[in-house]
Design a protein around this ligand. Structure first.
Ligand code: ATP
Ligand code: MN
Length: 478
């Protein structure tokens, strides 16, 4: 038997009339004659032509949707429509039977909800095959982007004792017997007896440790899992998600914006080049989905157009204060259409506001800067006006916030003062403050939520569909 060839390579083969072996899973079997076989190397199936008159009927019966096959045969130019080449089978081996009665993934359209409940098998659909190949390319492109620029990939800890943002939405890490938690004399949990001798949690961000690396290696990035126990059942939040966090010594807020914009464009372009077939498939999928919507809610651009638009246009940059002015005067605000009306300066923007700016007002990605210090984290660099900090959020159409970042407060006195004001324990973060004591310097960084990026590039509507096994409230299946 000849060596196995992946279906992607077969479909691109310039040679025909050669002996080949393909392995994969049956997507469909028509007329006891045509097998659509897929091995995940591409969204396209190879057609296997079965000589049913000379094939054992018992074997034919076992060629069912979902079964794993090894097929030896001849690659020939296809007579039929829809493919250039096909394989005339000479030898079919069933590697793994399926059960057509019970196999959940039938050759028909399944709802995304149904497939989420069958996440262990959803990779075998065209949609999820495309999504996870695109996700893979985006991850690789992130590394390539930073590596080309001399960044050091830093592995920051998953278990930490600090709650970086002070948001408090963390998962505890303990090895206590939960039925018998040691207490102190005063009745409090005795963390001294816990594994780490102190309260610990899963990280919500690698930034603080990333900054420590940047203060010696200059340019670093993290790319790892982060965890948030926020009870937000939205289409944009997960309890476990992947974050990319570059941190760059000597960078200003402007440099930070340039880096973020350049990175987003680079990785989107990479996926467009590398996954043209998948993105074409996802573009058609989205177009079908859009047809279900009322005319006035349909997107003006296809997925492919949206991605190309993003590459060829500068992101709009404006301050929070300017954005508030636009929002105050906006038709939905005046007509009281916002759930959270914009009354004045100082309130946090809700996703309805972010999406108005991006989708209706500017119609392109937007970078908002210089937010009120009250609504941002303690480490953001304080501006001279005494009211705002050097923050930057990048907002994307259909997504809202995709990146949150800032210039970091490098001045020890200013940082300590802000920590006091916000009740951030300075003694616990002594190591962070040390960077400001010994050779501090201006620096900046940001966090990109990887799944939000994958959402944008795949045109999917729910973040639970762009990570293999989503974690969200009341769900940790698989
Ligand atoms: P949001 O306001 O959307 O909850 P955030 O302000 O909490 O976001 P940051 O703490 O700045 O977000 O985190 C950096 C990035 O991580 C965000 O821009 C977003 O892309 C992503 N992100 C944040 N929370 C989640 C989550 N629960 N699930 C997936 N991605 C997230
Ligand atoms: Mn949040």
């Amino acid at each position: 038997m000849s060596q196995r060839v992946k279906i992607k390579a077969l479909l691109q083969s310039q040679q025909t009339d050669i002996d080949v072996t393909v392995k994969g899973w049956v997507r469909a079997f028509r007329s006891n004659r045509f097998i659509a076989l897929n091995d995940g190397s591409t969204n396209n199936n190879i057609q296997i032509v079965v000589d049913f008159e000379n094939t054992d009927p018992a074997l034919l019966k076992r060629i069912t949707v979902g079964a794993a096959l090894s097929v030896a045969g001849k690659l020939v130019a296809s007579q039929g429509k829809g493919q250039n080449v096909e394989v005339i089978a000479t030898d079919i081996e069933i590697l793994g039977d399926s059960d057509p009665e019970k196999y959940p993934i039938q050759p028909k359209k399944h709802s995304l909800e149904f497939l989420r409940e069958n996440a262990h098998l959803r990779f075998r659909t065209s949609t999820f095959g495309a999504i996870f190949r695109v996700r893979n390319s985006l991850a690789f492109a992130v590394h390539q982007f930073f590596q080309e620029r001399g960044f050091v990939y830093l592995h920051t800890p998953v278990i930490t004792a600090s709650d970086a943002e002070g948001a408090g939405e963390t998962f505890h890490v303990t090895n206590f017997d939960l039925d018998d938690i040691p207490k102190t004399d005063t009745g409090e949990i005795d963390f001294k007896q816990d594994f780490f001798g102190r309260p610990t949690n899963l990280t919500v961000s690698g930034q603080l440790e990333g900054e420590l690396g940047a203060m010696a290696l200059s340019d670093v990035y993290t790319f790892g899992p982060t965890f948030r126990a926020e009870n937000s059942n939205t289409t944009r939040h997960l309890a476990e998600f992947w974050m990319i966090e570059p941190e760059v010594a000597f960078n200003s807020l402007d440099d930070n914006m340039d880096l973020a914009e350049e990175m987003l464009k680079y990785v989107i372009k990479y996926a467009l080049d590398k996954n043209a077939d998948d993105i074409e498939f996802l573009t058609e999928r989205l177009a079908e989905e859009e047809k279900q919507k009322p005319q006035n809610e349909r997107s003006e651009m296809t997925l492919l157009e949206k991605l190309q638009f993003c590459l060829t246009h500068d992101f709009e940059r404006l301050t929070y204060t300017e954005a508030i002015e636009i929002l105050k005067e906006s038709p939905p605000n005046k007509k009281k259409k916002f759930q959270y009306p914009i009354e004045g300066w100082g309130t946090d923007l809700q996703s309805e506001h972010e999406r108005y700016l991006v989708e209706k007002h500017f119609k392109k990605p937007v970078i908002l800067t210089d937010y009120p210090k009250e609504i941002k984290a303690f480490y953001m660099r304080q501006n001279d006006d005494g009211k705002t900090v050097g923050a930057m959020d990048i907002l994307f159409p259909g997504i809202g916030e995709i990146i949150g970042g800032s210039a970091r407060e490098e001045r020890l006195d200013k940082l300590e003062q802000r920590m006091d004001e916000m009740n951030i324990p300075k003694d616990e973060l002594w190591w962070y403050l040390d960077t400001r004591r010994f050779g501090s310097c201006p620096h900046a960084g940001f966090g990109l939520g990887f799944e939000r990026l994958v959402l944008f590039v795949t045109g999917m509507g729910n973040i639970r569909d762009v990570i293999p096994f989503p974690r969200f409230p009341k769900n940790a299946e698989f």
